[in-house]
Design a protein around this ligand. Structure first.
Ligand SMILES: [Zn+2]
Length: 480
């Protein structure tokens, strides 16, 4: 017994200091969960809906989410809350709204406000050392719900090659700011602009009209390189071999000269007056008679054809075989569609060009506008189109011709041949006469008048020639 005493004493002592973890945990759980349950219960019954703010900011011109201001709903989901209010995010300003939930109203203020800076996407700019650079060159896109201004900071002054940091700041009218950076990379441009498909040799007859070729010019860094043509050494009236210099240049001062050898050939007709007999709107049932008259008189003309009469397409080849020129007038001759826009015009021109090539093998570069370049009718369909087209056609390598003598055969059908002769011969005395006539079934009297017209010009010493790109231009004043 005596031996067991200390043992039991020790045991007692140990028990005294044992920590009852289970009890503590239970106590803690009770201490925390009871007030929490009470709190949640209180919330559930008296204040179940919590808002994020009582002054809610809705972004200008963005979609307004009526549930976005709900922080929590005790033991429930947002869908059972009803929002009341009328929020128009297209208009800046303040309005009242509220949530209705389990019989209780939770009011709050909604302010429609622009709080975000403009969207701004930049791009780097690579250019030469001479280019003037504008803010817009760095901006791929920019937008904002309200008006905004853009400011650029950095060295954009033309100068040394190198990489320059550029900062673009966009600020909207509510002072929200977006700042982005880009790079301006300036490279020294040491290569001159170039010309593709340069014609190194050209030959024309003495007295012909010399028009420098128009070439597109390309440069690696200058988007608008120049081309200067120096014809000062050329004398188009005197046979010989000449050089015409085509010099390209860019804004960095690089230049390259392409030399064109121009041969001026002897021209047996040099100094003679030239009569160009022109016939529009064919081929027709009258074409053969016109060709017969031309052949009988050793003369040639120029036929500005259309696609109007498939039954006479075979005459196109006969025109070429006779020695006359086949030239392009229009496929449809329909003013509203031909003059709708530049693309429509060139589409129509290409169609008649293709037809002529298919019938004759000739790709013609001589044209006459429907109604002439002075026509006013095109203004009904497109303001200013003729002013643009007269330049466009030349850039594409065409020569266009109007007329300086009108036979007046278009004024009516069956105009008395004597009247046509009188009008058509009114050009006698001029150096270059381009006579307007028509080749249609309704203009029989033109064919009848033709022998006398030819004879009158012959008697006055004229030679008859087809129109080519080397014929001196006869152009009207453009009215549209
Ligand atoms: Zn016509």
């Amino acid at each position: 017994m005596a031996a067991s005493k200390p043992v039991s004493k020790k045991k007692k002592k140990k028990r005294k200091y044992r920590i009852h973890w289970g009890r503590i945990l239970a106590l803690l759980l009770v201490t925390i969960s009871v007030p929490a349950a009470l709190y949640m219960g209180f919330r559930y019954f008296f204040d179940p809906l919590a808002l994020k703010t009582d002054h809610y900011i809705a972004e200008y011109k963005q979609t307004f989410d009526p549930y976005d201001n709900i922080k929590s709903v005790t033991f429930d989901s947002k869908e059972n809350v009803v929002f009341k209010g009328d929020v128009d995010t297209q208009t800046l300003g303040t309005t009242q709204g509220s949530y209705e939930y389990r019989g209780k109203t939770y009011p709050f203020t909604i302010e429609v406000k622009d709080t975000t800076g403009p969207d701004l996407v930049l791009r780097d700019v690579t250019t030469d050392t001479a280019a003037l650079v504008e803010d817009q060159d760095f901006i791929e896109s920019s937008s904002d719900a309200s008006q905004f201004t853009v400011r650029i900071d950095g060295n954009t002054t033309p100068g040394q090659s190198g990489t320059y940091p550029i900062t673009v700041t966009a600020k909207d009218q509510y002072d929200n700011v977006t700042t982005k950076t880009a790079k301006l990379i300036r490279k020294a441009d040491t290569t001159a602009p170039t010309i593709d498909n340069f014609k190194e040799k050209v030959s024309i007859l003495a007295g012909d009209y010399f028009q420098p070729d128009s070439y597109p010019v390309q440069d690696d860094l200058d988007p608008a390189p120049g081309l200067y043509v120096d014809t000062s050494q050329l004398d188009p009236a005197t046979p010989g071999v000449y050089t015409v210099n085509y010099t390209t240049s860019d804004r960095s001062g690089n230049q390259k000269t392409y030399k064109q050898e121009v041969t001026i050939e002897e021209n047996p007709d040099l100094g003679k007056k030239i009569c160009y007999l022109t016939f529009d709107d064919g081929p027709s049932g009258v074409t053969q008679e016109i060709l017969d008259t031309l052949s009988a008189n050793g003369a040639v003309g120029t036929f500005f054809v259309t696609a109007a009469n498939p039954e006479h397409y075979d005459m196109m080849k006969k025109i070429v075989d006779q020695g006359s020129a086949i030239a392009l007038h229009t496929y449809s001759h329909d003013y509203p569609s031909v003059y709708a826009n530049e693309d429509a015009y060139f589409e129509d021109l290409q169609k008649i060009s293709d037809l002529v090539e298919q019938q004759t093998g000739v790709v013609s570069d001589v044209i006459r506008f429907p109604g002439g370049s002075s026509n006013m009718v095109s203004a009904e369909y497109n303001q200013g189109i003729m002013s643009r087209l007269v330049n466009d056609v030349e850039k594409r390598g065409y020569a266009y011709f109007d007329w300086n003598v009108d036979s007046t055969d278009a004024s009516a059908n069956g105009v008395d041949p004597a009247t046509l002769v009188a009008n058509a011969t009114s050009g006698i005395g001029m150096d270059d006469v381009v006579i307007l006539m028509h080749d249609t079934d309704a203009k029989q009297t033109t064919a009848q008048a033709l022998p006398q017209i030819i004879q009158a010009y012959k008697d006055a010493g004229y030679v008859f020639r087809p129109l080519t790109t080397r014929s001196r231009p006869v152009h009207h004043t453009v009215n549209n």
